[in-house]
Design a protein around this ligand. Structure first.
Ligand code: GLC
Length: 733
């Protein structure tokens, strides 16, 4: 009893001291705000890109945050001006896009999503924060939570793919990793881009989006809500105009949903000049009007439009905005700076800044992430290599140390990258041929050399894909096939008669269907980061076994986009009666070829579905059962299945739980991921895998404009991908 009393007393004391600290901070904020001129308040709302060359503006108190300066000495110099020369000494908030690592670069976020391993992703974010904060970065513009259903969009690389559930899990893991437990290694996360940016029409970056409120709430909001609930300290508005309203000026989004409905009280920042871009959108006639619209929507900080610093004082004097609105924004900015401890410790320990960079445990985590992010798409048994001594290594991505880091890896250094060529040289007698100079090189002279070299090897690995520069922001593609002479290279090496393994290093799911036919195995490793070479070598030799699963649908052809597993059924779903062009004799007078939702040339389904990935072993699912046949609101569904490792390798399987709501007040997806777990299995082992699924997780935004679980019939699967397995039925009564 005594222990309980002491414990309770300690808990109450901790709570009170926490509240006291919070009150103390609020008092400090009140005191600061009361001393600030309107110009100084507006200065805090102004974010500029640069370093020392901003010295004059910083000394005048006209800058609250800077981005894109990462030199510790330069950051200390500019910070000293803010703290020791400006009138009120308010420290700068230093920001950077630490998207998948700072110096130790992890796989791109799309690759991290393929791990289906949130613990590992959180660990990677924590390492990124440790490295970045040591160099003075205390705010990252990550995680990017944009749902992406169109691989033509280059920024599909930066998010967690097409599924709201996986996106929410991975985004929350990154928020936890970045922010940590609030010590000096904590960096503020920034959930972005709010909202719907990945639904750009045609997969063309920055393009218009037309997302209904119901789809926003059922598909695009969930990951952001999860990020808010996880305590993300900041949020970034998106470039796109949805339903005719640019997000940066969308008061319903920021004030009604984010602030009022979700209770977010963190800092909202624009994207780069997204306030100013409202002029190009035709939503504001000039920067002054755009500034007023962003402020009125509830945006606290202006990244690089210069609108806030130029026009807020005028707008206040004209009573178009109140100084209270300004004070609320400034409080949120100051609160973040206090939370990060910047007032107490604004400077970097320059002597120690480099200590943690590339630490062995960081590189090991990056390697493990690259191992788990690789997806085995095909294997006729050639992998893992056996009896291979001389190996031909070829292709434009075999030895591209910067390009394998992926997009948004500006601080990564190619000198630290381990390329596949370097790593494979430690395992095999390697013959190296570039094959092509770069991914879009159409020349075939090098192809011929690679083909003849294959004759001298026991097997070949061809590294193809796209360089980092071709991935990411503003890098949309209309043709997703391997470019240049890459497919010719694969075919030429195959003609040598030797076994060929293709490894794709890219920032998106390319349409590699035709290349599958010309290889014995294919490993998709996205852009794997600093340790990608060692990871690939471990997978090819069998030191590691592939476990990655597709976080996005892989298309047969770019013309199928947008395509995603959790689609609606339509009134004419694919029923297998369709006739394809290849099968058509085009006889005169032939009538219909098919009356369902499909393509005459590429048929119905994708190349590979969401959640797909092979292993060196095989898995079988059997005996799926539920604890009940019908449930009520408030219940939890207990599902269990027997999972067997029926092959010869110990391996990990990502078991996935899907649900279908057969009939709703509005149409419902044919499947929705509602759970997954990584199951370690010994060869020959069988395990019972269980999931507990709260009925509440089946809620959605219904016809009646509210979140609810609707009664009716459902199906549930537990399988190794979104297209496999047989369902069991249950009902919600
Ligand atoms: C960019 C991106 C955003 C990034 C910002 C700062 O244009 O859209 O994701 O965080 O600028 O670099």
């Amino acid at each position: 009893m005594k222990k309980t009393i002491y414990f309770l007393a300690a808990a109450v004391l901790a709570l009170l001291s926490g509240c006291a600290a919070k009150d103390d901070t609020e008092k400090k904020i009140d005191s600061l705000v009361s001393k600030m001129t309107l110009h100084e308040k507006v200065g805090q709302m102004n974010q500029l890109s640069g370093g020392e060359w901003l010295a004059e503006a910083v000394e005048k108190g006209e800058v609250g945050s800077i981005l894109n300066c990462t030199d510790p000495a330069e950051l200390n110099r500019i910070q000293r001006i803010a703290v020791e020369k400006s009138r009120l000494g308010i420290p700068l908030l230093i920001a950077r896009d630490v998207i998948h690592g700072f110096k130790t670069i992890f796989p791109i976020p799309l690759g991290l999503a393929a791990t289906f391993d949130p613990e590992l992703v959180e660990k990677g974010a924590r390492i990124s924060a440790i490295e970045a904060s040591a160099s003075g970065i205390r705010w990252t513009f990550s995680p990017m939570l944009d749902i992406a259903r169109d691989p033509r969009w280059g920024r599909i690389a930066e998010g967690s793919g097409e599924d709201p559930f996986l996106d929410a899990i991975m985004g929350a893991a990154m928020v936890r990793g970045y922010q940590g437990d609030g010590d000096s290694t904590s960096i503020a996360a920034c959930i972005k881009h709010f909202v719907g940016y990945g639904a750009a029409e045609g997969g063309r970056d920055y393009n218009t989006t037309e997302i209904t409120e119901r789809s926003l709430r059922n598909v695009y909001f969930p990951a952001f809500k999860a990020g808010v609930d996880e305590g993300a300290m900041t949020l970034m508005t998106s470039f796109n105009a949805n339903d005719g309203i640019p997000s940066t000026g969308n008061k319903w989004l920021i004030k009604d949903i984010l602030r009022d409905e979700w209770g977010f009280d963190g800092l909202v920042v624009t994207d780069w000049n997204s306030a100013g871009e409202m002029i190009a959108h035709g939503f504001a006639k000039d920067l002054k009007e755009a500034t007023g619209k962003a402020l009125d929507a509830g945006v606290d900080m202006d990244m690089m439009s210069y609108g806030y610093i130029s026009f807020i004082e005028e707008l206040v004097k004209e009573k178009k905005i109140s100084e209270k609105q300004i004070d609320d924004a400034v409080r949120r900015i100051l609160r973040l700076k206090f939370k990060l401890g910047l007032f107490d410790n604004p400077y970097i320990d320059e002597q120690r800044a480099g200590e943690k960079l590339y630490a062995p445990e960081h590189l090991e985590a990056a390697k493990q992430s690259a191992v788990e992010s690789a997806i085995l798409l095909k294997n006729d048994g050639v992998l893992p290599f056996k009896g291979v001594n001389t190996l031909l290594v070829t292709g434009p991505l075999a030895d591209a140390p910067y390009e394998q880091l992926g997009t948004w890896a500006f601080d990564g250094e190619e000198s630290h990258t381990v390329t596949p060529l370097e790593a494979l040289k430690k395992e095999f007698n390697v013959i190296y041929e570039p094959g092509t100079e770069y991914s879009r090189d159409k020349g075939t002279a090098l192809v011929a050399r690679a083909r003849s070299a294959a004759a001298r090897a026991d097997a070949a690995v061809v590294f193809v894909g796209e360089e980092a520069i071709l991935s990411g922001e503003a890098h949309s593609l209309s043709d997703l096939n391997l470019q240049g002479a890459q497919s010719e290279l694969i075919a030429a090496v195959k003609q040598s008669g030797k076994k060929v393994v293709v490894v794709v290093i890219a920032g998106r799911p390319l349409t590699i269907g035709r290349d599958l036919e010309n290889c014995n195995a294919m490993l998709y490793s996205f852009h794997p980061g600093t340790m990608g070479g060692e990871a690939v070598a471990d997978l090819l030799t069998g030191k590691a076994v592939p476990s990655g699963k597709t976080p996005v649908t892989f298309l047969k052809d770019a013309g199928q986009a947008p395509f995603y597993y959790n689609h609606f059924n339509t009134g004419r779903p694919n029923n297998g009666t369709e006739t394809l062009l290849d099968d058509i004799s085009l006889k005169a007078g032939q009538t219909s070829l098919g009356c369902t939702s499909y393509y005459l040339d590429s048929g119905y389904g994708p190349l590979f579905p969401f959640g797909y990935g092979l292993s060196y072993t095989t898995f079988e699912y059997s005996g799926l059962t539920l604890d009940k046949m019908s449930y009520s609101n408030g219940d939890t569904i207990e599902a269990r299945v027997n999972l067997s490792n029926t092959g010869e390798y110990d391996a990990v399987e990502v078991a996935q739980l899907y649900v279908r709501d057969l009939v709703g007040s509005v149409v419902r997806p044919v499947k929705e991921l509602k759970g997954f777990q990584r199951v370690e299995m010994k060869a020959g082992e069988t395990k019972e895998v269980t999931f507990s699924l709260p009925v509440a997780d089946l809620a959605f935004w219904t016809l009646n404009d509210g979140y609810a679980v609707e009664k009716g019939d459902f199906q549930l699967w537990i399988a190794g991908d979104s297209a496999s397995g047989e369902p069991v039925s249950f009902s919600i009564d």
